[in-house]
Every structure is written in structure tokens, then in C-alpha cells.
Design a protein around this ligand. Sequence first.
Ligand SMILES: Cc1cc2nc3c(=O)[nH]c(=O)nc-3n(C[C@H](O)[C@H](O)[C@H](O)COP(=O)(O)OP(=O)(O)OC[C@H]3O[C@@H](n4cnc5c(N)ncnc54)[C@H](O)[C@@H]3O)c2cc1C
Length: 154
Amino acid sequence: MRPLLGQPNVTLLVNAEVQRLETDPAGRSVTSVVVRRGGRDEVYEGDIVAVAARAANSAAILLRSVSDRYPEGLAKWFGAGRIPIAGVAHQAGTCRFGNDPATSVLDANCKAHELDNLYVVDTSFFPSIGAVNPALTAMANAIRVGEHLLGRMS
Ligand SMILES: Cc1cc2nc3c(=O)[nH]c(=O)nc-3n(C[C@H](O)[C@H](O)[C@H](O)COP(=O)(O)OP(=O)(O)OC[C@H]3O[C@@H](n4cnc5c(N)ncnc54)[C@H](O)[C@@H]3O)c2cc1C
């Protein structure tokens, strides 16, 4: 984060917990992010929303993002039920990526299949946990998706 904090268009909110995402009535785009800060809810808007709260927390945010259009939450995240304590360190695969919306949540650029502007950029995107520790792969993928977003915004 540190290199970004000097940028005029970057603001870091601390003690801020994302409660849910809201979409337009058609359910095609995320229109706002509801954040709880200092006991109050605040609403933030952006053309593109990237979630990276760690695999279980990202899925929880999507689960809480219920609406008439999405009564079970956004992006058809995957839940694993009870996980032993040893399984929570290397969380992965709650929003796996792939080309087929029937078997994946995100497309190859980590954008939710059914939404135009929602990206999930943490270990959620792994189709399964790797044989080695996941952090460097998650970072490399975040850089890859960042380059995609730069292209999309230019
Ligand atoms: C004990 C332990 C040891 C580990 N050792 C290794 C290792 O040696 N090598 C390795 O590769 N990996 C290791 N891991 C796994 C590694 O830490 C994770 O895979 C990696 O940190 C995941 O990165 P992330 O950005 O997805 O999540 P995080 O690094 O957890 O970042 C997510 C951020 O989102 C914030 N957040 C969560 N929910 C919300 C919300 N609702 N609103 C706002 N913010 C929110 C959190 O506060 C956090 O700052 C270890 C994990 C643990 C627990």
C-alpha cells in the first residue's frame, strides 16, 4: 500500500468494514459499497469495485450482498461448510476463476461472470489450493488483474 498512499486519488480508510455491495436494479453492475466506520454506515461509489478481503471474508461480503435480484448474495461464491483450524490459514477457492460460469464464479480476468464491474483479487480465485504457499501467487495475480484494469480504464 505504501507507494500508493502518496497518490492524489488514493484514500486509505482505517477501521472501516465493508458490510455489503449494492447493484443497479438489473443486477449488472455494483453501484455502491456500504462501509461501517465509527458505528455508522457510509456509502462509496466507483466505476469498478475490487474485493480482496481474503477468501473467506470476500465470500462473506458477497453473501451479505443480498437483494431482490440476488437473494442468495452476489457472484455465486462457493462455501465449504466447517473447516478445521489448520485449513483457515491458506484459505482459497471461494470464488474460483474459469471460463465456464456453471463451474466458476470469476472469469479469466477475475471479474464476476454476471457483473460488469466486480473483481475479486485475493486467493478466492484459486480453483484449488496449490502445493506451495499461496501468497506470492495471489500477489502475482493481483498485479496481472491490475494491468487488465489499467487497460480497461485507458
Ligand atoms: C498463521 C498464518 C501463516 C501463514 N503463512 C504463510 C506463508 O508462510 N506463506 C504464504 O504464502 N502464505 C501464508 N499464509 C497465508 C497468507 O497469509 C494469505 O494467503 C494471504 O495473506 C492472503 O492475502 P489476502 O490479500 O487475500 O488477505 P489478507 O492478507 O488477509 O488481507 C485481507 C485484508 O482485508 C481486510 N478485511 C477483511 N474483511 C474486511 C471487510 N469486511 N471490510 C474491510 N476490510 C476487510 C483484512 O483486515 C485484511 O487487512 C499464512 C496465513 C496464516 C494465517
